[in-house]
Ligand binder design. Structure first.
Ligand code: GLN
Length: 197
């Protein structure tokens, strides 16, 4: 079961994408919900709003979860996962060794759609993405593998059990990134118990 944090932002489309891949999902609003999940998606939205809506208990559980289980973050989700946010002392989960700048392409009117070239599921991929008040990854640590770039900047990265992108693949119904994540989850579950679902 893959959970989708459902407190704010674009969570519903992630459910759609995962269901298209025949993966059971659960909307996560509470600590109890999270307990039922093998993996989690942190959706796009507003990182400051998320921080207000996530209770201290759920935040502690998310921190532990993101350091031990597969987590995929899109846009705001990537910011929440980052180790450091530029010029901002907002608390983060710190599970992904990157320095990220929020709203790095400018205000809402500068949001755009693009095709991103990268490697997903081990093969060259062209991924459709929406960059909505998107962040930019400014630095990556040695553990981080860059899977796709746009305008010479990393936009999709992987490190251990974490997968994160600065854009929204789900809003354009592109399943490439979700498929890659499901493979990561399957590998992790196989390593742990030999079964998924
Ligand atoms: N600008 C948002 C933030 O800084 C992220 C935008 C998004 O998730 N589409 O949290």
């Amino acid at each position: 079961m893959i959970g989708v944090l459902a407190l704010q932002g674009a969570f519903q489309r992630h459910v759609y994408c995962l269901e298209k891949l025949n993966i059971p999902t659960k909307l996560v609003k509470t600590r109890e919900d999270l307990k039922a999940c093998h993996a989690l998606v942190l959706p796009g939205g507003e990182s400051t709003a998320h921080q207000k809506l996530i209770s201290p208990g759920l935040w502690a559980d998310l921190k532990e979860f993101s350091h031990s289980r597969p987590v995929m973050g899109t846009c705001c989700g990537l910011i929440l996962l980052a180790k450091k946010v530029k010029d901002d002392d907002m608390p983060t989960l710190g599970a992904l060794d990157i320095l990220v700048a929020r709203n790095a392409y400018g205000p809402q009117v500068e949001s755009f759609e693009a095709e991103v070239e990268g490697v997903c599921s081990g093969k060259p991929s062209l991924i459709k993405g929406c960059f909505i008040r998107a962040p930019q990854i400014l630095e990556v640590g040695p553990s981080v593998n860059i899977l796709a770039t746009y305008d010479s900047k990393p936009v999709l990265v992987e490190a251990g059990k974490i997968l994160a992108c600065t854009f929204h693949p789900e809003l354009l119904y592109d399943l490439t990134v979700h498929r890659h994540f499901v493979e990561m989850v399957n590998r992790n579950n196989l390593a742990q118990s030999g079964r998924f679902h």
